[in-house]
Write a protein that binds this ligand. Sequence first.
Ligand code: MLT
Length: 313
Amino acid sequence: AAFAAHAASAQSYPTRPVTMIVPFAAGGPTDVIARIVTEHMSRTLGQQVIIENVGGAGGTVGITRASQAKPDGYTIMMGHMGTHGAAPALYPNLKYDPAKSFAPIGLAAGTPILIVTKKDFPASDLKGFVEYLKTNGAKLNEANAGVGSVSHTTCSLLQSLTQAKFTRVAYRGTGPALNDLVAGQVDFGCDQIVNLVPQIQAGTIKAIAIATPERSPSLPDVPTTKEGGLPEFQVSAWNAIFAPKDTSPEVVKALAGALDKALDDDNVKKRLHELGGTIPDKQGRTPEALQKLVESEVARWTPILKAAGAVAN
Ligand code: MLT
């Protein structure tokens, strides 16, 4: 009887709105991706997926809260390469294990990283930027979303490659950070492309380089770091949906199916592509593929960040 009840309840999942915790402030890249995919997922699930922004500590506050939620499918989260890849190296007392505390649902979007500066930064290409960073770093402020975020992690990589020293300013997301960059309150940052395309196209900030092997079709005039003479700075991030550990296979299947449909939808693909995001292919967006990605990313980032001594300033 219990099994039948369990199966029955899973079959009708969801019977009420689902909350997705986005562990950064509204308006940043993780929030933008979450809203694009959940708008379509709501249609497939037949219930609203409601975004709840929970900022702090590079996204680990929100992910910790989501990891402790009931595994009933009504609290899920959007994590990423920071919260589920870099965080263990940076938070010795992290209250979750990216590879054990979750039921992975699927990859939502890949996000190339760009180095961007305020409009009147005294350099416009990568060579000039690196030179200026090395000689004037002490008076420069880098904006990020806190230790463990993608913006912080990727600018830590830049710091260790250039050996430059600069001040690190943490925001509750790179949405608010971008506002200060546009206002010229901070000098530069490393951020995910989906947050930057409109501002770069509007000329309110400067794109110095994109850290992918090829230029992005959404920003054809932005040179790659390879073209700019810093080929070692190659880094892309990813954003993915997770549920708490012990979420039932039926619920995981329903959520993964809804994500899969969203990523096959022309309008969703168009919006993500316009913002420079990349859509995972069919086999790349399964729960199993995400579990493998998390394990490999934790293994990849841990030595890099320990060597870089990347800690909160
Ligand atoms: C980050 O890791 O930098 C976050 O994704 C920024 C954000 O989404 O606000």
